[in-house]
Design a protein around this ligand. Structure first.
Ligand code: BEZ
Ligand code: FE2
Length: 404
């Protein structure tokens, strides 16, 4: 048994003072230090009088296979970015070998994230994810708008799905990623979702990320018209967005982006078992705008970094800072608390893992962060945590200390 005695604990919905946490792989008891010392006289004690203890975060949407990108891909506008992905992916993918993947996973872990949703286009990241101490919901992705290629694309998806299934345990789960309504033929999406139904898998989909996607799916116009004509010889979209959404009615789904969703689509998503995944930095860099969080209410939402294909970092503290500044109409103090809760408890829940919360019998997944010494107003602790942290001082997953 180990006992950690910090200055503050963020559960994170509550702020606890003068409490310590006794843990092995799970949190066994939360009580004043003196009480825990009597209960567990043999325990190792970690005194952390200048530190704050909070759960590790969840980052439910990233693309690890693109982790070699720094400045190869074009930012600023979605369609030039997509062209640049197609142009450079053959070079970028092999550049992210096992050591690159391990480094990305290590950055995630040591920056305070304990659970991820890894969207896998090719399966190259499977071994690294399966061997990582992180909790991983691994999502083999299906893509393909051309019906002539549908069988090949489906076979590839199915193979990657079953390979991932072999690694399942309490910290590795397999889900299904449907790339998007513009890039996955209706029949193909339906077939992949039948697999999700059969195995009761969590589903994820990029939906209404760009204005170009909105225009193409609504009217076969806009910059996607040239893209589809030149690259795929298509003049019509392969989905009506509402019919496409209907496919997700019976699934637990993480809807990623949603910036350009219309009223009817929001209404449909709100009738589903849905969580919205908000990626503010990726959206900013690709020129997609800012998700209106008022439209999300009352659905749960959580933050994610997306991949290094559209972000400079996989550190969730960067995403928290960006979210804080990209929603200027929200009160900074109350919104900071909301963001911390969404990124821990809500994120773990969205991925289907226990954790993201400091309570007895929860897994001992938490981080210790140094605290500004001049904190005056306790309720501002969430805001100062976001403003003053770039990395925690220690991260524990199932009671084991990692990194730093
Ligand atoms: C496709 O594979 O059909 C596709 C991929 C990316 C964007 C659009 C379509
Ligand atoms: Fe993405």
């Amino acid at each position: 048994m180990t006992i950690v005695a910090p200055a503050y604990i963020l559960t994170p919905s509550k702020i606890l003072r003068h409490k310590a946490v006794a843990f092995d792989t799970k949190i066994q008891k939360i009580a004043p230090l003196e009480e825990l010392l009597k209960l567990y006289p043999q325990a190792t004690i970690i005194k952390a009088p200048d530190q704050l203890l909070l759960p590790t975060f969840a980052n439910p949407h990233l693309h690890l296979e693109f982790s070699a990108n720094k400045a190869t891909l074009s930012y600023g506008d979605f369609i030039p970015w997509l062209y640049s992905v197609i142009e450079h992916r053959e070079n970028l993918l092999p550049m992210c070998d096992r050591s690159c993947l391990d480094q990305a996973l290590d950055t995630i872990l040591t920056s305070g994230t304990g659970a991820i949703g890894a969207i896998s286009s090719y399966g190259e990241d499977l071994q690294a994810c399966a061997n990582s101490p992180l909790k991983v919901h691994f999502f083999p992705e299906i893509i393909g708008s051309n019906p002539a290629a549908a069988d090949v694309m489906y076979a590839s998806f199915l193979e990657r799905f079953h390979q991932a299934k072999k690694h399942e345990n309490h910290r590795f789960k397999t889900g299904v990623a449907i790339h998007s309504p513009y890039s996955v033929h209706y029949v193909l999406a339906k077939k992949a979702l039948q697999i999700a139904k059969k195995y009761d898998s969590l589903v994820t989909v990029h939906f209404m990320e760009s204005k170009a996607e909105r225009e193409w799916l609504d009217s076969a116009r806009g910059p996607f018209a040239k893209f589809f004509k030149d690259l795929l010889g298509q003049s019509r979209p392969v989905n009506d967005p509402k019919e496409f959404l209907e496919l997700f009615m019976e699934h637990r789904t993480l809807f990623v982006h949603m910036i350009w969703a219309d009223e009817k689509e929001w209404e449909m998503v709100k009738s589903m078992d849905a969580t919205i995944v908000h990626c503010p930095i990726s959206n900013r860099l690709l020129g997609n705008g800012v998700l209106d969080l008022q439209k999300v209410d009352p659905l749960p939402y959580t933050l994610a970094t997306d991949g290094l294909s559209s972000n400079y970092s996989l550190n969730l503290y960067e995403e928290l800072k960006a979210a804080l500044f990209l929603h200027p109409n929200k009160n900074a103090v109350t919104f900071a608390k909301e963001l911390i809760e969404r990124s821990s408890t809500e994120g773990y829940k969205a991925l289907g893992f226990e954790g993201g919360i400091i309570k007895e019998q929860a897994p001992a997944d938490f981080q210790l962060v140094s605290l500004p010494q001049d904190l005056q107003n306790q309720e501002e602790i969430y805001l100062h945590l976001i403003l003053h942290t770039s990395k925690p001082q220690a991260v524990y997953i199932e009671g084991k200390r990692h990194g730093t």
